[in-house]
Design a protein around this ligand. Sequence first.
Ligand code: UDP
Length: 408
Amino acid sequence: MKEEGGDEILKLSPSQSKICNLKSKVSMGMKILFLDQTGKLGGAELSLLEIARQYRETSLVGLFEDGLFRQALEQQQVPVNVLANRSIQVRKDSGLWQSLGSLGQLLPLVYRVAQLSRSYDLIYTNTQKALVVGALASAISRCPMVYHLRDILSVEHFSRTNRGLAISLANRFAVRVIANSEATRAAFIEAGGRADLVQVIYNGFELSLYDTPDPAPEITRRQLELNDRFVVGHFSRLSPWKGQHILIEALAHCPDNVVAILVGDALFGEQDYVKQLHQQVKALGLSDRVQFLGFRKEVISLIAACDLVAHTSTAPEPFGRVIVEAMLCGTPVVAADAGGAVELVSPGKTGWLTPPGDVLKLASVIQDCQKMPEKAAAIAHQAQIDARERFDTMQIQQQIQACLQKIR
Ligand code: UDP
């Protein structure tokens, strides 16, 4: 398992550097103050990295916490500043009193962001806490604010207080809300968000990075001693709602030559869940069939080395980057039938969908893919074509640029 701050994250491949240089030339010179609450590298941050790269000549990313995300931004020459000296102590499920208790910490940050934003055309908030700070700062400085909504604002994910706060601030202060899927858009509106504010723009992916995975899949398989076993990959932070336990249980219903690699780490303190997963593996006698690989920077080569990627979230996924990543790699993918995943996968054409939490259905798809490799490969090939058409970062950047230009 890599330590936070390990060197591995800092290396840019030659192709990534080339892309970085090319992209900076396409930037339109808009001055944007991006805000994100975390220093960790989750899906929201990886997606923001892709966007911020385009504006790196003129913009700044403000973080409320230091970490790998700051290093990744610096590595791609995106100006970044850690604006707070300790992370904000409010969680998605925090109630009113906990949220109010954090005001003392928030206010100096709001003031700092308000001051900073006077030198920018736009405040671009990427997470919930960033929205709170960005909205209040925007009210002070009159700098317009955009909210990139990457969460399904439902009771499964958020306390009533936090949901209400997000909706009120977005309705009152955002000039635009960019939703990362139709599912996040619908949940926003259902929770009281203004429909006229929201536009759906999917995550973009740099297609060339998927052309030749490095190292090649067979090398990765050899390194991990996977040999000719049927490998199911799971790529996500370790968290109960990401459902790694569902895949482990499904594995127990599959033949012995089906194995799993779990790629990702507990990013937000879910250590009890990690312990549970290890216990589950042991209790089911799967110790030689499940590998925990920890957080990896190099997911593309690992995804390409899998026979199937499983996405097993038990609550609706806002977007599901890993599903698109598997499609781009040409690796068959089975996803939980809810939220944004439904917009990414056409069942039977570009992948499989199984009901969230349904262990037996998942086990059955895994075995079908194992028994019918030609069919699985044909579906994965179609998925690759589809994903290349729909999620090309250049196209997505143009949509974002067009959206932001209208605000100026
Ligand atoms: N990921 C990664 N290293 C890991 C595990 C996951 O880089 O060890 C990436 C994964 O490839 C995907 C992102 O983290 O791009 C997770 O995004 P997703 O939308 O699947 O979930 P989120 O973290 O936003 O809930």
